[in-house]
Design a protein around this ligand. Sequence first.
Ligand code: ZN
Length: 177
Amino acid sequence: MRHISTALAITLVSGVVFAEQRHAGAHVHGLNHATIVLEGNRLQIAYEFPAGQLAEHGHDEHKHDEHDDEEHELSEKLEAIDSVFAMVRLPDNAQCKEMNVTHSVTQVGGNDKEHAGHYDALIESTLECSAANNLTNLSFAPAFERFDDLEKIEVEGVIGSKALSQTVTATSASLAF
Ligand SMILES: [Zn+2]
């Protein structure tokens, strides 16, 4: 019974965190969002960022009549990032193995012209950590190394029974919980 209510609480909290993050829209270049939920040995990480970060030389100038091609190209670039470990580093002794990764590219504001040519990229990863009690910290240094135009990451989540809400930067890319 206790397990069921804990699991339910985590699901609700993570749903709310994620919904808020989506709602904030927060398509701000240089700002990324991560949601982290640890429940037992299962760790879920969602990492969302403006897809312009995937372009080799900053945010592309868009040809507005080529949306479909562009979305396809962004999806290919996003799918080339085949693991969440491209963004985040976890303690080795937590023994986290990535079980599943999904990718999606979404146009900001649907078909709203104001945001034409702007897309959000999302990577969602599910991991199993056989020594989850060693998961006491993590680092987003890999993301800062990968993306030149990344300034900060807003991190939200639930680790066991603790809520997590912190902002990390290139010079302070780690967080402890
Ligand atoms: Zn954009």
